[in-house]
Design a protein around this ligand. Sequence first.
Ligand code: ZN
Length: 403
Amino acid sequence: MPQEGEKEDPAVTIFREYIRINTISQEADYDGAIKFLVRQAKELDLPVRCHEVHPGRVVVVITWEGKDPSLPSLMLNSHTDVVPVYHEHWKCDPFEAKKFENGDIYGRGTQDMKSVGIQYIETIRRLKKQGIQLLRTIHMTFVPDEEVTGKYGMGAFIKTSEFKDLNVGYVLDEGLANPTDAFTVFYGERPIWWVNVKCTGKPGHGSRFIEDTAAEKLQKVINSFLAFREEQKQKLQKNECLRLGDVTTVNLTKLEGGIAYNVVPTDFTASFDIRLAPTVDMTEFEEKIKTWCTEAGNDVSYEFVQKFMDNTTTSISKDDPWWNAFSTVCKSMDMKIETEIFPAATDSRYLRQLGYSAIGFSPMNHTPILLHDHNEFLNENIFLKGIDIYEKIIPALANVPAT
Ligand code: ZN
């Protein structure tokens, strides 16, 4: 294994260079990232296009044309931004890409998801070197702002003619690390609902027993939401077959209200972050919220801040030619695959909503899940093994025959 200062695999060197570009969404050096990606395209001798989908927000597309460019293409998506860090909790600078003796590379984005972006590039580099050409065209898309809802990244990109021109047939996007020898593959994700519940009641002096207060209603609302939360938590804990993505999570995330210690306020607002299991009937669930509000008393209302209504999943049936190609090639490599619903949100939701098939897959087994966490790292050998894996998966998908 190469040590710091010794010769390392050039793919690892490029990966570490990408990590060193600070792309925390809110203050991202997107220009640095774009320059870096354009350089990669030049080195691959592939055409690259930069689409500004929102002021200052650019999607980079690197294209490798297939033998039949008229066929729907394979889109390899990754986001260029990363989440913020608490410097004091890191054992090294999160933007230094420090490599330890055992090959662990520490840095923000090592798992989520600069590793995958570089693995796509390195896979194409290897395949091109072999002098082959695949059947379908491949587009590597590098999008900004995924970590801040994707509204000005993928959310904006899908509305453009440049996106439609890609003629996408199948998408690979991000997944999660798996601490065991297995790999997790995601075929759907839980729709997000953010809801504010406003409780209004009678005001008065803080020394009295005022009737019909906002606080009593708030208490009932919170109890209803959290009782449901507990029910779902128990369901997950009691059934070993279930994963986080199979149940609905509800969390009370904000509380607002009150003006002084001695004044009973007229209003309290509770905010909940809800992630719905794909099996949930959304109309029924909204009825449930309505009932909880009604039961809490008069003048209790709710409003959605975010309400994603699509829970389309991507087929993982053998009859699906894309999934069949993906799963067959994984089997041929003796990879253990666990199929799951992604517990949080990714850019794939924008694509699935439009009817595109998207699979979330980051080839990282034997790796703790550290996305958004302190001391995020990826071992260089796992990173390199991931390129070997893509070297089989990507041609299998790009060679899926025309139907
Ligand atoms: Zn991500």
